[in-house]
Write a protein that binds this ligand. Sequence first.
Ligand code: GLA
Length: 389
Amino acid sequence: MTFPADNVAERATTCFRNTYGQPPAGRWAAPGRVNLIGEHTDYNDGFVLPFALPLRTVVAAAPQPTGNWTVRSELTGETVTFGTDDVSRPGRVTGWAAYVAGVVWALREAGLGVPGARLAVASDVPLGAGLSSSAALEAAVLTALVDLGGLELSTDKQPRLAQRAENQYVGAPTGIMDQSAVIRCRTGHALFLDCRTGQVEHIPFDLGSAGLAVLVIDSRAPHRHADGEYAGRRASCEKAAALLGVTALRDLPATGLDDTLTRLPDSEIRRRVRHVVTENQRVLDTVALLNAGQARRIGPLLTASHASMRDDFAITVPEVDTAVDAALAAGALGARMTGGGFGGCVLALVEADRSDRVGAAVAAAYTDRAFAAPSFFTATPSPGVTRID
Ligand code: GLA
């Protein structure tokens, strides 16, 4: 896959011209992401290690003198217009356009004078696959509006603002990982983020020169009550932190964990906590190996992360477990579900020349179990949101 994704950028321009009868003033591209490791740790003030994909959402935009906002989706063919009343409080714009209105709302809440704008959106990031299509849309719209309005908003403040749009305007109680990844990632690196402090370190993850590849497998599993389950896991973690007298589960050390767990009332909540604490440690161990140039050795940590999500956090489904097992049996160095869970994508770390074989083995396992055929692509660590022109 080439970068920048010229085709999707051209599609955004065409969509803009066809809708507004004029060329855009600029185009902004934000990536989808996969998370290498560190799942359901972000809202526990913990650690994550995502990297950005070459797949992009492109927003073509120009100022709109009326002061309203109009946005066209290439995908749905819908055009939505909203004004300042609609962004005075959450809930007035719904559906996909809520992510756009949410960004306008969050910028205004931060005291910034957001210019009216015409926008057109085209995307290569698959929807509902757990690759952060919503964060990509938020980030592309956010940077477009910041640039069009000449707003003062440093890059390190942008993820929180996009997260507010999603949490409060759209109403999805997600953590800070996705918005941080799509805004702050760099080519050839994974983003080591401390979700408590917002501090980042760019960890070299040059797969090609190590002879490795990350194969992403879209499980195509239908989402099974993912929103409610996500909120439920988050609530369990907050309850456990309160019971244990800590601000967040991040504050629990991995050493002595078994003793800590005995202070919790039942086995389900103990398993939830064990996932978060051990997962934070796996992120730290992965970062240490990558910094030591030992990318091949992170495989077992990825696989252990999957087992923890399956057995302790209970967020996997048969399709993703099948993909992980088949990938490992075909020689993947490690494999795990990535993202919020209950479907979505699996990533497998493979020797580059084994990628096709691993993909074929997963496809065969799906056929055996009569699952809908999975889809595949190889992921190279790509840049965060950029202005194209
Ligand atoms: C979703 C959320 C993130 C994070 C992951 C799980 O992607 O948007 O904030 O919690 O799930 O790691």
